[in-house]
Design a protein around this ligand. Structure first.
Ligand code: NAD
Length: 517
């Protein structure tokens, strides 16, 4: 089946109409399960991006001036709508990414959690805050949170719903307008998200969706918008930071990972193996948080291998719009090529394939088996490079210190997991890892799903955080309004400055002594 049940002609026409594009240029997207054509969509030009920005900028001040509780009412309705229309969302996600339905459903949940979180916390996070003024009683200070203006969101293809809609909701909540550029292959799901937001009452023009090639259309977004929220590869992230820097425009960058998992000697091996399957192979490993390196204590290596390979053997692969398969397809021929090359390179250089290791054209054009490698050495590409597919390498270690050192041997620093029955010990090992999120006895969901806590990367994995206070406040400018009752900071005319300076110096000393300043 090329088209999923929910993608009717009527819906496709409605989604096409949401694209900010004036010309006749179009492009096609692929139905991943079959390799056939899924949809033909309008392509935006850089001039369309500028026009979209102008339309969004024109309505943004009124949105920012709308009382927060009225803005939040839109997201309350959006939350209801997205759960009610979940079948359409997961259908579209499956069609354009090829992921298993359970992965699509889990992706659906992220913006629901994020929306709910900011519905609860935005009033507290965005309200004006009184700050201690220069001279208590005479000078007061208030911190305001002003929206940036028009935020550009650039999203990748692997989680096109979560990483587009989940990121633009807080930008809108904070009073901004948004220009969204999803990856071309995965345009339909974010367009449906925009459709739901408008049906929930978002003011016309506040959210613009532009479609097209990354460097051209994405580049125009970076050259136009007032802040950039980018999720994608480290290479593109660095280009965007440089380009935004030229205009002194801020950006947050959520980039790649080569995430380690450590199995300590006291881990519950059956539980660990079962959990590791999701940690390594959710969305066929096309997940920035996916675990691609597993470090296992020498003393339990054989037992872990037996338990983990048994779990991998049990996995059901398939292309269907039901909850049967555990793992779906890779999203494109390009990803399949990279995955095959990484495994073939490792095999040719002496790695042992403990599970998987083959494409599965019998299931669909881009399927690849969940794969476990061992005897991987630094000369193999998959040792340090992100594979971004269902391939994980296994390494032994002898002590906690060695595990930490090996796990930290990466320029990336996104996510890690540590398994052990002694949770305090496992958490202490995790805190020594240079990564933005650590999961004890889980792959990635525990940290990623904890929307009250920040999520993001260190090193080559990015700048800035989503979720938590920072996930909202990054879309704002802090503004301080300081008010003084009357002019107290200038010395009176009759007082020579020399005496004024002496008085001020003494006051500073006294204020320090009594802890006032
Ligand atoms: P990518 O960088 O090629 O593309 C991401 C988005 O940027 C797409 O919309 C693309 O069209 C656009 N783009 C490409 N070049 C651009 C340019 N020069 N200027 C502006 N926009 C441009 O990444 P990808 O291959 O689509 O995504 C996979 C990568 O994303 C992986 O490395 C993965 O680890 C990372 N990722 C990170 C996170 C995270 O939260 N840290 C989440 C998902 C994916």
């Amino acid at each position: 089946m090329i088209r999923p049940p929910a993608l009717t002609d009527e819906l496709l026409t409605r989604l096409r109409d949401r694209v900010a594009a004036q010309g006749d240029a179009t492009f096609t997207t692929t139905a991943v399960f079959t390799g056939g054509t899924l949809a033909t969509l309008p392509e935006s030009s850089p001039a369309d991006v500028r026009a979209a920005y102008d339309r969004a900028a024109a309505v943004q001040p009124e949105w920012a001036a709308t009382p927060l509780h009225q803005r939040l009412a839109v997201f309350e309705r959006f939350h209801t709508l997205l759960l009610r229309e979940r079948d359409t969302v997961v259908d579209l996600l499956q069609a354009e990414t090829g992921k298993a339905r359970r992965d699509a459903f889990e992706e659906l949940c992220e913006p629901a959690l994020v929306t709910s979180y900011y519905l609860r916390t935005a009033p507290r996070l965005l309200r004006p805050r009184r700050r201690a003024g220069l001279l208590p009683g005479l000078v007061g200070a208030t911190e305001l949170r002003q929206p940036k203006g028009v935020v550009g969101i650039i999203a990748p293809w692997n989680y096109p719903w979560a990483l587009a809609i989940g990121d633009l909701v807080p930008a809108l909540v904070a009073g901004n307008a948004v220009v969204l550029k999803p990856d071309s292959q995965t345009s339909l799901t974010p367009l449906f998200g925009a459709d739901l937001l408008y049906r929930a009452g978002l003011p016309a023009d506040l959210l613009q969706v532009v479609l097209g090639d990354g460097p051209t259309v994405g580049g125009a977004v970076v050259d136009t918008c007032d802040f950039i929220g980018f999720t994608g590869s480290t290479r593109t992230g660095a280009q965007i930071a440089e380009r935004a820097g030229r205009r002194l425009v801020g950006c947050s960058l959520e980039l790649g990972g080569k995430n380690p998992m450590i199995v300590l000697d006291d881990a519950d091996l059956d539980e660990t193996a079962r959990t590791a399957v999701r940690g390594c192979f959710a969305n066929a490993g096309q997940l920035c948080l996916s675990l691609e390196r597993i470090y296992v204590h020498d003393s339990i290596l054989d037992r872990f291998v037996a338990a983990f390979t048994a779990e991998i053997d049990r996995m059901r692969l398939g292309a269907s719009y039901d909850y049967g398969p555990d793992m779906g397809s890779l999203t494109s021929a390009r990803v399949l090529k990279t995955v095959s090359e990484h495994v073939d390179d490792a095999r040719a250089k002496g790695a042992t394939v403990l599970a998987g290791g083959r494409p599965r054209p019998d299931l669909g054009p881009y399927f690849y088996e969940p794969t476990l490698l061992t005897d991987v050495t630094p000369d193999m590409v998959c040792h340090a490079e992100e594979t971004f597919g269902p391939v994980v390498s296994l390494y032994p270690f002898g002590s906690d210190d060695e595990a930490v050192a090996l796990a930290n041997e990466s320029s990336y620093g996104l996510n890690a997991s540590v398994f052990g029955r002694d949770r305090a010990r496992a958490a202490a090992v995790g805190a020594r890892l240079r990564v933005g999120t650590v999961n004890v006895n889980d792959g990635f969901t525990a940290a990623y799903g904890s929307t009250d806590a920040p999520m993001g990367g260190m090193g080559a994995s990015g700048l800035g955080r989503r979720h938590g206070a920072e996930g909202l406040l990054k879309y704002t400018e802090a503004q301080t309004v300081a008010t003084q009752r009357r002019s107290v900071l200038n010395p009176p005319r009759w007082l020579p400055y020399r005496f004024y300076a002496a008085v001020m110096a003494r006051s500073l000393r006294v204020m320090r002594m009594i802890g006032l300043r």
